[in-house]
Write a protein that binds this ligand. Sequence first.
Ligand SMILES: Nc1nc2c(ncn2[C@@H]2O[C@H](COP(=O)(O)OP(=O)(O)OP(=O)(O)O)[C@@H](O)[C@H]2O)c(=O)[nH]1
Ligand SMILES: [Mg+2]
Length: 405
Amino acid sequence: MLRHLAPSARPRDRRAHLTSLELDGQVVDEALVLSFPAPASFTGEHVVELQTHGAPELLRLLLQGALSVPGVRLAEPGEFTRRALANGRVDLTRAEGIIDLIEAQSPEQVRSAAARLTGQLQAVLTRLYQPLLSLSAALEAALDFPDESEGVEADAGEPLATCLAQARALEGQAAVGSRLNRAFLVVLYGPVNAGKSTLFNRLLGEARALVDNEPGTTRDAVEGVLQLGGRLVSLVDTAGLRAAPGRVEAMGIERTRELLQRADVAVLLLPPDAGPDELEGWRREVEHERRLDVQGKSDLGPRSAGVQLAVSGLDGAGVDELRAALERWLEPLPTDAGLATERHLDDLRTARVALERASTALGTEPLEVVAGEVSTALGAVGALLGLDTSTARLDALFSRFCIGK
Ligand SMILES: Nc1nc2c(ncn2[C@@H]2O[C@H](COP(=O)(O)OP(=O)(O)OP(=O)(O)O)[C@@H](O)[C@H]2O)c(=O)[nH]1
Ligand SMILES: [Mg+2]
């Protein structure tokens, strides 16, 4: 049985309390105990936290001890956050922020997740949700009580336009957010033996791809992830391009071409002795609007004409310049980017399209049509917040009209 010593000194709420932990009568650790009585805890329920030393064997023992207490079990994945959600301590956007923060892989993703975690997306969505709720309630009421509906259409124009502008702005942001969460694809390509794999390894800071002076060493595409300017970049080393490759190599070359079609930036690496004709030939070989022409093995000779940069994967010369050049290609993100993310894009699009249809219908089609579209938009925004809109709308309706007084 797990217990902490000095049970007479009950820890004060929300204060760290130093104590010894005892397991089956023997002290196993000195730890901090914190108690958070309901409802002022993360989940809204009574919570006790133990801050112990991190030794895996100690943690295993403590867990075993805790689990031997009747009624104690391990939490399901995400259960604490789920309970917080169920108890109204966080909304859906904040709950998502927590998991996004845990999974973040770049500083930009950390910032974006933290903004959701601290409720910034919730605040922005609420600024859209509240006026939509009032508008929807007013329209539904006008349908239910036609006698009182005079002027409703004229009054709806302005809030409808405001909501539509807000939905459009959020949808634009979600599109940026989706690019933020996606790694930028940078593909290294060029003739065989140009030094692509050596440069790839240098950029990643580890010997990932095989390097050899035999042309055609790399056959399959090799991917590595790195950070540039706070953004996540997926860097791909490819099979060198050449005429008359072997059968397997030809498959690799086909893959190189496919990758180049999807690449955000293509880096063409050329041998040091490449003349202007060869450069021109490679330029025509693969068309890409964001391409960097780089001469490799710069330690072997002077820079050839026509390239933007010269690098040596072997001694690292020019590699910082290459990094800087790649960073410049990465799309700059606005500071509030990624408040809304790709996950929110569908619902925001539904809301925006419905509001556009409502605006077109207002004054030209029956009020039912406008009300129906506004209701669709409300449902989509409510879903983002994890709210039950039918109950919310009833609440808003009843508070306005005092039905059943
Ligand atoms: N001097 C010098 N040699 C290099 C440099 N980069 C690569 N090499 C050498 O050039 C040869 C080919 O290098 P790789 O990095 O395998 O070239 P690659 O472009 O990946 O070749 P494939 O995969 O066959 O297309 C190896 O012998 C490397 O050691 C460099 O910057 N300077
Ligand atoms: Mg290679």
